[in-house]
Write a protein that binds this ligand. Structure first.
Ligand code: NAP
Length: 277
């Protein structure tokens, strides 16, 4: 699995997504992270076709939404979206949320994995406890957990647990989607100045130094290039320790189910959301 990919959440479906993915492919990204809930899987596929890059050179991730949870429903949606996009298979396919009939949905993913429609299967927004319960009651253990991870929500214990159990950890929202004035944070700015890099690059290097896969999103050419060029940055122990002090120990988003499953209003919104016909 590539350690770096391009996330397409909040990019407008249609031409905007297609152009953003084409640009990302042009500057060198080979992994793309989409989801049924982003309503732009088809636009990602259109960009791939137009790019002329062979399918086998790419690593495409998508995610199943709650409306398609359940064993039969999950398999039906996987068949539908593979037919609509013409992608042939997904390199990685995730359960988007630990809600609704996710045990049934997981069995659907297991079956599609056995049939070669999905090359790897995993989850998103699963806490270790909920994930362990799924592992102990399934044939195939999830291979990836995609979770909110950035300097203000470091999830240190959860990351350690996941990695110790051979689950690849992938970070969503590495820049808190630009919130909390993250790009002007004094601690991060000081480290960035020392390395002659940007704050964005320091955050991505910090994640990768913890063996965490990154999928930053940008619709700007210069930032796309910047976010790819982090391999050569090595943060010192003192810099890692300084970033550790920024942890608030809670999600920066009030809709992250992982941080607090006891939000009835949020659970209703997520279950009510229909993302395709
Ligand atoms: P993000 O990557 O934390 O932040 C994106 C924001 O940062 C955009 O406003 C972007 O602006 C800006 N930005 C990007 N690179 C920058 C740079 N080098 N310098 C300054 N600003 C920069 O947010 P995200 O899109 O929420 O998370 C990344 C991906 O994770 C998503 O696209 C999606 O694939 C995935 N995700 C998954 C879940 C889940 O539940 N599994 C939830 C959220 C996200 P511009 O675009 O204007 O450059």
């Amino acid at each position: 699995m590539p350690m770096t990919g391009f996330g397409v959440y909040r990019i407008k479906p249609g031409e905007d997504t297609k152009q953003a993915v084409l640009q990302a492919l042009k500057v060198g990204y080979r992994a793309i992270d989409t989801a049924a809930a982003y309503q732009n899987e088809g636009d990602v596929a259109a960009a791939i076709r137009e790019s002329g890059i062979p399918r086998e050179d790419l690593f495409i991730t998508s995610k199943l939404w709650l409306q398609d949870y359940g064993e039969a429903a999950a398999q039906k949606e996987i068949d539908r979206i593979l037919r609509v996009t013409g992608l042939g298979y997904f390199d990685l396919y995730l359960l988007h949320q630990p809600l609704a009939d996710y045990y049934g949905a997981w069995r659907g993913l297991e079956q599609a994995y056995r049939e070669g429609k999905l090359r790897a299967i995993g989850v998103a927004n699963f806490t270790p406890g909920i994930l362990l319960d799924l592992i102990m009651n399934s044939d195939i253990a999830p291979m990836v957990d995609q979770i909110e991870l950035h300097p203000f929500y470091q999830q240190t214990k959860n990351v350690q647990w996941l990695q110790a159990h051979h689950v690849v950890v992938e970070s969503w929202g590495p820049f808190v989607n630009g919130q909390n004035d993250i790009f002007n944070n004094p601690t991060l700015t000081k480290i960035a100045t020392t390395h002659d890099k940007t704050v964005a690059q320091i955050i991505l290097a910090w994640l990768q130094q913890r063996q965490i896969v990154i999928i930053p999103k940008s619709v700007h050419d210069e930032r796309l290039r910047q976010n790819l060029a982090v391999e050569d940055i090595e943060l010192t122990d003192a810099e890692m320790a300084a970033i550790k002090t920024l942890d608030t120990n809670h999600s920066a988003f009030d809709w992250n189910i992982m941080d607090d499953l006891n939000k009835p209003e949020m659970i209703k919104i997520l279950n009510d959301a229909h993302v395709h016909d």
